[in-house]
Design a binder for this molecule. Structure first.
Ligand SMILES: [Ca+2]
Length: 293
């Protein structure tokens, strides 16, 4: 079992509780989960922080792409499914990355390979360079597997070499990242799926390499629009610092605000004035007004 499943709760961040009630929610004795004697198990008090390590998102930044414009070889040529192909032999390092969405025009930016094919894409950086990480934009083809649902079965390993003869592994891409693993500065498609993505593989410390090989094993009709070699990939804690309405700095003179039902903060006096008009129905929870105003 993956370690993050052991924590229970909504570890994927996708709203699907994995096991048992979410922390802080009351336990329903009729819903099972008790011991063999039929008791309901330990009760969870409503509104009490169940504790645990606070999750802080991370902000990713990417260094210089050492592979852009560089030549590459492929052990298996691209197919031409849905407009895929590589007529000039430049598409994988032309700096153009395909959409974060499968289908539509995506294959037209890509090279394609079919289920069962194993291809080595080897980029020549021209001279030995310090490499801090790698990226590959990959997706369907068909089917349109959603990486966020853990559906991707393709694999991509990176191997590097200084002489073009002896290669050693630099690790494999995680092609099924969890929501918590995605950088906070990524904007997902509206459906919040990842049918295609510019996956990254950051190294714990830079390595010296001239040749970088992406060893792809296709488990479907897969599309790849770009491979990248970065001099660095940084991932730093980034707290969104969403302030609750009652968290005004003391003495700041900032007007108290309340949240509308759709989450927009508005000045409390304005909200109270608006709540009686035009239909006479309050737009705010009276409890919040009385506490926060
Ligand atoms: Ca490209």
């Amino acid at each position: 079992m993956r370690p993050d499943l052991l924590t229970g709760g909504d570890a994927r961040g996708d709203g699907q509780a994995l096991d048992g009630p979410a922390p802080g929610l009351p336990v329903d004795p009729e819903a099972g989960g008790g011991d063999e004697q039929g008791s309901a198990g330990p009760a969870v008090e409503v509104g009490v922080d169940a504790g645990g390590e606070r999750f802080v998102p991370r902000w990713a930044s990417y260094g210089r792409n050492l592979a852009v414009g560089r030549s590459y070889t492929m052990s298996v040529p691209s197919n031409d499914n849905w407009g895929a192909g590589d007529p000039d032999g430049k598409r994988l390092t032309d700096g153009i990355v395909g959409p974060f969405y499968a289908g539509g025009v995506t294959p037209m930016y890509c090279l394609g390979w079919d289920d069962g094919q194993v291809v080595d894409i080897t980029v020549d950086l021209g001279e030995p360079q310090r490499c801090g990480g790698f990226r590959i934009h990959l997706g369907g083809g068909w089917p349109w597997w959603d990486a966020l649902k853990g559906e991707v079965k393709d694999t991509v390993e990176v191997l590097t070499s200084t002489d073009g003869e002896q290669y050693s592994s630099a690790g494999s891409f995680d092609l099924n990242p969890r929501r918590k693993d995605l950088p906070i500065n990524l904007m997902l498609p509206d459906e919040e799926t990842l049918g295609a993505y510019l996956f990254d593989l950051a190294l714990p410390e830079p390595i010296e390499a001239r040749f970088v090989r992406f060893h792809l094993t296709a488990k479907r009709s897969v599309c790849v629009s770009e491979v990248q070699v970065l001099d660095q990939i940084r991932s730093e804690p980034f707290d969104l610092r969403i302030a609750l309405p009652d968290e005004r700095p003391p003495g700041s003179g900032e007007a108290p605000k309340v949240l509308t039902p759709n989450g927009r903060p508005v000045p409390a006096p304005q909200a109270q004035a608006n709540s009686a008009e035009p239909l006479g129905e309050p737009v705010l929870d009276p409890f919040r007004i009385s506490v926060l105003a």
